[in-house]
Write a new protein. Sequence first.
Lengths: 462, 297
Amino acid sequence: MDAKDILLGLPKPTTTPTPHGHQLLPLPADKKSRPPKESQRKPDGISREVYALTGGLAPLMPSVDVNHLKRRAQSENEKITWQWLPFTSSARKDNLQLYHWVRVVNGVPPSGDYSFAKYNKSVDVIKYTDDEYEKHLTDPMWTKEETDELFDLCERFDLRFIVIADRFPTSRTVEELKSRYYSVCRAILIARAPAPGDIAGHPLVKDAYNISQDVERKRALSMVLSQTKQQERRDAEVLAEAKRISEARKAAKGTDELEVPAMTDTVPDDNDGAAAAVDSLSPSPNAQFTSGAIAPPVSEIASTLASLRMMRVYLRTHALEQMVQAASSSAGLRTIKRVEQTLQDLGVNLKPKVPTKAVCAEHLELRKEILTLLNLQKQLQYKEAEGSSYRDGLYAETPGTPPKRVQRAVEQDRTFVPDSFSFGGERMGKRDQKRKAPGRLLEGPPSPAQSKRPRKFKASDG
Amino acid sequence: MPQSSSSSKKHGTDQPDIGGPASKSQRTKMVKSSDDTEKKNLAKKLKELEISVPIVYGNIAFWLGKKASEYQSHKWTVYVRGGTNEDISVVVKRVVFQLHSSFNNPTRVVDGPPFELSESGWGEFEIVITLHFHNDVCEKPLHLYHHLKLYPEDDSGPMSTKKPVVVESYDEIVFTEPSEGFFSRVQNHPAVVVPRLPAGFALPPPVPLEDADKRRRGDTKDHTLSQWFSNFSEADELLKLAAARQQVQAHIATLRRQLSLIDGQHQQLKSASDMSKIGGRCSSSTGKVAFTSETGE
């Protein structure tokens, strides 16, 4: 006796496997044959076909634990049969006798209305009397017959206007039908209401149907629907462009507003295009100021002022920071460091200790003036370099007094300033001594880079 | 007010007033019609104005001395006060102090003046102070950042429990485009710097909402710690700035002089070299001439 035998019992000769898998053979009364028959019968809880998916009866252990399968509720207590029975539905107004399969429990068919009858909803279409029609609903475009017909159709087809339009005897568009229907309903509503305030909140009264709007809307929708891909792309482009222009225009308008008081010269307040406004902004500052380095910060400052105003609330120290940044926007890091060094030398705090409006304004002006100063110093150096270079060239034989005088005067003026004010000027002397020979610009054409090197030339050379 | 005058006319007797009842009604009519344009102009003016509130924020820290423990070595107070110790609650609705996360409930909300918070601890950290303003003032909050200082800068001997470490920063809150309500509410308040409206414009003074007593309590003039408050005077800084500017301007003038001088020199040299070019001097000079003409401009 092996496990199989224990589980299945000794197979009886009568229980032969058939092409259909296994077959339910009538259970004989003797107990010996029952166990194998049981196991060969389909297990309870799942249908035979489903079980067959597992490959028929499992020879050893059932792969599906029968207890885990859902048991149909009360399938043992009751007798379930299915019967082909007639039924009525409250949704039907006629006496049509229909039949369907019904699940009968213990011989008792189910009671109650047809389960789908509850979905038979319809619209309460207003019914007006002739009197009411005469009084409130007459319309030059509509006859009474038409209106009656319309309402009848509305009733029949539950306000499905597309269908109603189809069925309408005279050709009217959907929008016309809707307009007539809603205006009639609205008039009736207002006429029947005891007081106008009662129905003031009714959607029909508040937002009446607007036929032209509806027509337009549908037209627009159909246009959008029928747009070709090309048109779509073009529309998107145009919209993006428009957005960009309006934003630029807004920004330019903000700066324009502040530019006008700031600059006495004409900044044409043309709002034709943002580009035009911005363009007019940049050349004019250049025309105004002699030193080119000051020009760009003007627009920076203006836009900073605009953005500060937008903020509605800010700290004055923050504002000062922004303005300082804007004012030094054209300056490199080295220049900024120089400005700060200068401030320190002058005994001024880099960030004011008492940042009142006046103090901040003075501080900003001071910084701007220092920038101007540094620019001028740079210019002076360049000019001197130029001068010294061709002075040396021309007057090589005659180290004449005039050039020297100029240079010495220049140097004297410079020593007027405290030593620490320099940033390369005074130290020129030391560096020059390290240089080997005055081999200057005789070699090649002078370039701006080269003209920088003359800084190392001692002023009183030659 | 135009309104009141017209109503008085209705109720009152025909008093032989300054202008007489007839002209009064005329005046009323005139004012009413120009009211709109006046309102528009006022609104425009208000748009250009800014209201500023000077504030001082910082901390005062006392060493606890004998009572100090490892985790509670100092007792400190962080605060925001008016620049001249006036009551800023006319503008500030509440202040939120965000402390280090190691504190219990690190978000401390202070709903009325004095806007301060006292704690004890041992560590220095950044406190974010958020100012929330009244609805008619501004809807956006403003953030201040203060580094809590407990230990003195210099190790000048033993710490004293009597002399605290004080770090204060002065700043000003600037409100652009103030609303009419805000403007009229604060136009006479000592804590607020309100620019004068140009001649011809005026806002009616608001009905005082709180009694003077309540208002006084909000200022910090008699605060327990007021003896440690620093005095911030703009006069010193202004003087220094003015002096610095003068120096710089003088220097700029000098440089400009020099530049024009040199330009003149260069012109001379340029013309000289031109002449020499004509005269045909040494070969190097031609090179020089090329140079000058290039850079001579």
